[in-house]
Design a protein around this ligand. Sequence first.
Ligand SMILES: *Cc1c(COP(=O)(O)O)cnc(C)c1O
Length: 356
Amino acid sequence: MLNIKTFKTESPKQKPDSNSRLGFGKIFTDHMFVMNYKDGAGWHDPRIVPFSNISLSPAAMVFHYGQEMFEGLKAYRGDDGKHYIFRPDMNAKRTADTNDRLVIPRIPTEDFVQAVKAVVKIDADWIPSAPGTSLYIRPFIIATDEFLGVAPSKTYLFVIILSPSGAYYESGLAPVGIWIEDEYVRAVKGGMGFAKTGGNYAASLIAQVKANKEGFSQVLWLDGVERKYKEEVGAMNIFFKIDGVVVTPELNGSILPGITRDSVIKLCESWGIPVEERKISVDEVLEAQASGALEEIFGTGTAAVISPVGKLRYKNDVMTIKDGGTGELSHKLYDTVTGIQSGRIEDKFGWRVCID
Ligand SMILES: *Cc1c(COP(=O)(O)O)cnc(C)c1O
């Protein structure tokens, strides 16, 4: 249990008006959570302070060797007017796994959840209410030692910032075009693909730029060794519905274990739809498309929840999935997950956590 001190801002910012386009990750609330770590003292001095710049030495380790991690989750305003977050315990557990991989000291999972709840509660008025909007929560940890040697830092900063975000789909669930990347890879087994850390994203930008140039919004990564099996998309996990069966790549160490992925698997199973977590090759998908067995492809992640895939490009071939529209299962999953989040649909799994 953290003893969090609160220092409220004396000059609250103007909140965006509810009809404005919030976009994603551009507006920040009045406060942030901060906690320090020092070898010997452990995690200490948890506090909520006015949102402000952070002052660091130019020699701070994070700038040089990238020892950092981040998380992403959302707070929602329920239809009952109360405030909720979705499965924060999962983000806390994933933080522990990421920290272990990056040799960052663990934060007890209950402390992580307590910190998220506390800072969201202070800025709960910032949670937007229009359909599809939310307050994006970005916890992160950076290595702060003033030292240019390559070694784990002895000091860290854990920060949580909050950003009101607009509906991902402004005019209904819209399918995206995806580029299967066959030159660059994102991660390999033994690397840090399963960890939520900036380095993975740094490695991904070059392919993202390439895909964007060709008119595709996201990159689908293949395995780093054979470039044969599907791994995941940008900031989403990937699912294929083939002949009535939902298939998603197994968590093999190079794939990020998405919380939306886990929710989707549990929902499909509860509806009696068979789910297979296994290797799925590019050839298998191409063959399923050719035979007409490929019913749907969709990505899953906190930002978009479900992102139907309408178009897929591999080498020089572009294929349209079904008619390029949104599949029935994609729709049902989107409506169910967002329905549980807003309280329109009963939360049978106990995923919603009230912060009031
Ligand atoms: C965060 C992330 C996801 C999605 O995870 P969720 O917990 O569902 O938001 C998928 N892939 C990568 C690379 C990510 O960073």
